[in-house]
Design a protein around this ligand. Structure first.
Ligand code: FAQ
Length: 325
């Protein structure tokens, strides 16, 4: 008689040991290394969302390129918006090293099956918004992305190095623009304060839900994709921004904001998490418009993609003929 013992655990994936050791030693996982399916899927999700954010993020400021008040401001803004396009391209390329297909990611974005940052669903009614986006949104992006330069996935971490250098320029151009406006007329100062009031809370929401409501954080941190929690980065951003607001001469719209001597950090109020959930779900002030424009740009660009594909095919055929001759 044969007895069946307890089911044996499947043998560990041969690559798992190498993967675990690489993460434990703080070294990088590269595209050809074995990686758990969940690690790959998490990276594709985060990198795609990040790439989409850079591309959709061109819209709120892009609206001001034709209306910038001087040639200098126009040149600076044009350069910044072009940088965002570049960031999107580095990030889509990083996602491709994981086996994702860029055309498929774009489809998912315009069909609402993949997310992009909530922050880009708010309007930019005045030129001060351009400055505040640079100061707050790029400032938040720096807080979030500098640690990503040490992310465990090599292509993502390396892309972040250049992205962060460019985000520093973006943040400084925004702050400098606001400094100039604050030295201007009373109406300009009011315009800056109004933009600060509208962007402060959405900027804090950029860091994601609070830690106890962030389903992905624990795993992403154990894999060293993320190095810090959402709340930790949000606190850093507040600590960094408060003295900058004082130097600029604006008030941050939070009555609970104050220095906590004991903790050595600022205390601050709670963002409206229901608002974040609504905006992520597609119900923010500009979601429909952002996706409509992204879809139109994609459709209008179809001939460019077709021409590039035809050119590449012609080139490949020529190379083949050359090799056969
Ligand atoms: N908006 O479990 P968690 C920029 C989603 S680039 C929309 O905490 P995770 C440059 C999240 O995906 C700005 N969705 O998720 C620029 C997840 O969804 P899922 C973009 C959000 O991934 C400046 C769910 O909620 N930066 O600004 C948001 O661990 C100026 C649960 O959340 C990046 O993408 C949100 N705010 O942490 C461009 C940085 N927050 O798929 C132009 C890289 C969360 O599970 C002009 N990404 N969600 O259903 C990250 O660091 C992370 O993905 C977080 C979220 C921190 C955003």
């Amino acid at each position: 008689m044969t007895t069946t013992g307890p089911a044996e655990a499947p043998p560990p994936e041969p690559g798992q040991k190498h993967f675990d050791a690489t993460i434990a030693r703080d070294q990088r996982i590269e595209p050809r290394d074995w990686m758990p399916d969940g690690y790959r899927a998490t990276l594709i999700r985060q990198i795609a969302q990040h790439a989409h954010s850079e591309i959709i993020g061109m819209q709120p400021e892009g609206e001001w390129i034709t209306r910038a008040p001087s040639l200098r401001r126009k040149a600076v803004l044009l350069a910044k918006v072009q940088d965002e396009a570049g960031h999107g391209l580095y990030l889509y390329s990083a996602a491709e090293t994981l086996g994702a297909d860029r055309a498929d990611l774009t489809e998912r974005l315009i069909e609402g099956r993949q997310k992009y940052s909530s922050i880009f669903n708010y309007p930019t009614p005045t030129f001060a918004d351009v400055g505040v986006i640079g100061w707050f949104v790029d400032g938040a992006a720096i807080c979030n992305q500098v640690p990503l330069c040490r992310s465990s996935y090599g292509p993502y971490a390396r892309a972040m190095v250049r992205v962060c250098k460019e985000e520093s320029f973006h943040q400084r151009q925004g702050y400098e623009l606001l400094m100039t406006m604050m030295r201007g007329t009373e109406a300009q100062r009011r315009m800056v304060q109004d933009a600060v009031d509208r962007w402060w809370w959405p900027s804090l929401m950029m860091f994601g839900p609070p830690d106890d409501a962030s389903p992905n954080s624990a795993r992403s941190m154990s894999w060293k994709i993320k190095r810090h929690s959402n709340d930790e980065l949000r606190r850093r951003f507040v600590d960094m921004t408060v003295p900058q607001a004082a130097a600029l001469g604006v008030t941050l719209p939070d009555p609970e904001l104050r220095w906590n001597e004991e903790r050595g950090h600022h205390d601050f109020g709670t963002p409206d998490w229901d608002e974040l959930a609504r905006v992520i779900k597609g119900d923010g002030p500009c979601n429909t418009e952002r996706i409509r424009r992204r879809r139109a740009a994609h459709e209008e660009g179809a001939w460019v993609r077709e021409a590039a594909t035809a050119h590449a095919a012609k080139q490949a055929a020529r190379d083949q003929e050359g090799a056969a001759a």
